[in-house]
Design a protein around this ligand. Structure first.
Ligand code: ADP
Length: 359
C-alpha cells in the first residue's frame, strides 16, 4: 500500500464526533507499512479515546485493502522531531532559523506564568511603538488564553487569505493602526479542547510565522505574545524563527520571580537575547492620598535582572483603568495617555528600542 494513499485516507477521517475539528492525519506520529500491514502511532491525550480512534483508523484503512491494522498511542506533547516533516538533524539547531518576512524587528513577550499581565504588556508595547510613529504588528501565539486580540479591539476582524508568489498567505487586519494576527484563527474551532489543539498548533506554528502578509510597508516591529511558561511553543519558535529579542513580564511576588529565572534560562538556550524584564502591578497609587503602596511587597525584580545579566525595563502600576479599557478593546496607552501606566508603557517602549540598538 502506498504511503501517500494511506495519509490521504487518514486526512479524510475527521474526528468531529468527539468535538475535535481535525483529522486522524493531524494526530499521526508514526507510520509503518509492510505490504497490507499498517502500524500507526497516534497522539491521544487520554485512554478514553483509544477505542474510538482505533475504529476510525480501521474505517479509513480497510477500504484501501489493509489486512492488519495495529494502532499504538502516545500522550507525549509533540516535539520538533515528531512533526510530520522533521528537518534533517543539524549540529546547530538554530542554523535553519529564518527571518519573519516583512518584519524588521521581531520581539517576543513572555512570562513565566499566566495572569501577570503578559498580554496587557504586549498589546500596550505595540500601541506605544505605534504612538511613537513606527509601523507595528501584533501576533498572538498564546493558544491558552488568546486575550490580546480582544484587548486590541480586533477579536471580530476578518482575516482574508491571498495567493501570492510566496504561496498562500493570510492578510493581517488592522486595529488602532496596528496589524493584528492570532494563532486562534488557525486552530480548530474554539470548542476543541486545548489538550487536542496543542498538536495542531505545533504543526501550524512553523508555517504560520512565515505565511502572514503584514502589509505593503515593512513592519518596524512585530510583537509576539507567547503562551505563558517555558514550553514547546517557545522552543519551537526559537528554533524556526530568528527573533531579535524577548521581554519577560512578571509581577513582584517571589513565586513569579522564580519563573522569571526559568524564562531567562530558556531564552538563553534558544539563543534569543533577553532585552529585559517588565514588572507589572508593581504598586497602587491611592487616589485619596496619592501615596504609592507596594501591594505585592518590596520588589526584587531589579536585583534579579542584574543577577542574570539583564535589565529592568520599567514598572507598571495597578490601575483599574488598564483592565477596563482592555475589555473595551483600547490599550491604555491609546485610551489615556496621561495615566501613570500609559507613561510607564511609553518609557518601556523607549527602553526596548535602546536595548535593541545595543544587541
Ligand atoms: P496574562 O497575559 O499574563 O495572562 P493579562 O494581560 O491577560 O495576563 O492580564 C490579566 C488581567 O489583569 C486582565 O484582566 C488585565 O486587564 C489585568 N491587568 C493587567 N495588568 C494590569 C494593571 N497594570 N492594572 C490593572 N489591571 C491589569
Amino acid at each position: 500500500m502506498a504511503l501517500q494513499g494511506v495519509i490521504d485516507a487518514l486526512k479524510k477521517q475527521t474526528l468531529e464526533e468527539i468535538g475535535i475539528s481535525f483529522s486522524l492525519a493531524d494526530i499521526l506520529r508514526d507510520i509503518k507499512i509492510e505490504g497490507t500491514d499498517v502500524k500507526l502511532v497516534l497522539f491521544s491525550p487520554s485512554e478514553k479515546y483509544y477505542d474510538f480512534l482505533k475504529q476510525k483508523a480501521e474505517e479509513a484503512l480497510k477500504p484501501l485493502g489493509a489486512t492488519k491494522i495495529e494502532v499504538e498511542f502516545t500522550d507525549q506533547p509533540p516535539a520538533q522531531r515528531q512533526q510530520a516533516a522533521p528537518p534533517p538533524p543539524q549540529e546547530n539547531p538554530f542554523e535553519q532559523r529564518k527571518r519573519i518576512p516583512g518584519v524588521k524587528k521581531a520581539i517576543a513577550v513572555a512570562s513565566g506564568k499566566g495572569g501577570v499581565g503578559k498580554s496587557t504588556v504586549a498589546v500596550n508595547l505595540a500601541a506605544a511603538l505605534k504612538k511613537m510613529g513606527y509601523n507595528v504588528g501584533y501576533l498572538d501565539a498564546d493558544m491558552y488564553g488568546p486575550s490580546g486580540p480582544t484587548m486590541l479591539g480586533a477579536k471580530d476582524k476578518q482575516v482574508i487569505g491571498k495567493q501570492t508568489e510566496r504561496g498562500d498567505v493570510l492578510i493581517a487586519p488592522e486595529s488602532h493602526g496596528i496589524k493584528v494576527m492570532s494563532i486562534g484563527l488557525l486552530l480548530p474551532s474554539e470548542d476543541t479542547p486545548v489538550i487536542w489543539r496543542g498538536p495542531v498548533l505545533f504543526k501550524a506554528l512553523n508555517q504560520f510565522l512565515f505565511d502572514i502578509d503584514w502589509g505593503d510597508e515593512e513592519l518596524d516591529f512585530l510583537i509576539i505574545d507567547l503562551p505563558p511558561g517555558t514550553g514547546d511553543v517557545q522552543i519551537t519558535l526559537g528554533q524556526v524563527a530568528e527573533l531579535d529579542g524577548a521581554v519577560i513580564v512578571t509581577t513582584p511576588q517571589d513565586v513569579a520571580l522564580i519563573d522569571v529565572k526559568k524564562g531567562i534560562q530558556m531564552f538563553k538556550e534558544v539563543e534569543i537575547p533577553v532585552l529585559g524584564i517588565v514588572e507589572n502591578m508593581s504598586y497602587f497609587v491611592c487616589p485619596d492620598n496619592g501615596k504609592a503602596y507596594e501591594i505585592f511587597g518590596k520588589s526584587k525584580t531589579e536585583e534579579i535582572a542584574k543577577q542574570y545579566g539583564t535589565k529592568l525595563l520599567g514598572k507598571i502600576p495597578i490601575e483599574p483603568k488598564v483592565a477596563e479599557f482592555a475589555d473595551l478593546g483600547i490599550p491604555i496607552v491609546l485610551a489615556k495617555e496621561d495615566s501613570d501606566s500609559a507613561k510607564a508603557f511609553l518609557k518601556i517602549a523607549e527602553n526596548v528600542i535602546k536595548e535593541l540598538s545595543t544587541q
